[in-house]
Design a protein around this ligand. Sequence first.
Ligand SMILES: Nc1ncnc2c1ncn2[C@@H]1O[C@H](COP(=O)(O)OP(=O)(O)O)[C@@H](O)[C@H]1O
Ligand SMILES: [Mg+2]
Length: 229
Amino acid sequence: MENIISLRGICKTYGKGDGLVTALRPIDLDIKKGEMLAIMGKSGSGKSTLLNLLAGLDTPDSGEYIYNGEHMNTKNQNKMAKFRRTDVGFVVQHFALIDEYTVYQNIALPLRYRRLKGVSTKQRVKEIAERLEIGEKLRKYPSQLSGGQAQRVAIARAIAHKPSILLADEPTGALDEETGKSIMNLFKEINKEGTTVVVVTHDANVASYCQRVIRLHDGNIIGENVNAE
Ligand SMILES: Nc1ncnc2c1ncn2[C@@H]1O[C@H](COP(=O)(O)OP(=O)(O)O)[C@@H](O)[C@H]1O
Ligand SMILES: [Mg+2]
């Protein structure tokens, strides 16, 4: 399979002078189209920095980010914004739902910026909500949901526009173990349907759902292993 993502010599620092923090040292990483990858490492090892760079939410200090054969470093802000809203789905630990919006409105949000051909927003929201077993919750507000339900809404929002890559930063970190498992099974299903999935976690159980695991330590990739199916 071809690579959807190639990183070459990616470096990232924060701050300057005495406050300089090196978050990523030269990182080389290839992610294959259709792969499900876990990024593991202790707190502060650079996992979120790496994921944010993949999402186009941040830019590296140096190095090359190649996505589907295109050099992302040379893209202007408009093109990066378009990349984020069409190609990327992003999920975070604490769901980041909009409290004042209903479940329906939260899921419909990315469809405002990216209409899908031949399907109305209403149809798509209903379809994706039913698939994620939150079809009964469309009129509820985030405060009326359990953690697992809220994460399902966040995942529905992240994939409503059919992104090519789904990036998740500690998606089970705020959930109990059972709920976390159901969320990881959901990611696995989404991956089987063809979406490339990258999950950041410090939990080996969560990583075991992924085909391949890379380990970060102090901003370096220090290991990699492939899980048996
Ligand atoms: N916005 C920021 N400003 C300054 N330092 C940061 C910022 N974000 C992350 N860092 C630092 O970069 C390093 C890597 O952080 P991060 O990517 O968040 O790690 P992880 O997600 O593995 O916990 C840490 O030392 C962290 O303190
Ligand atoms: Mg983090």
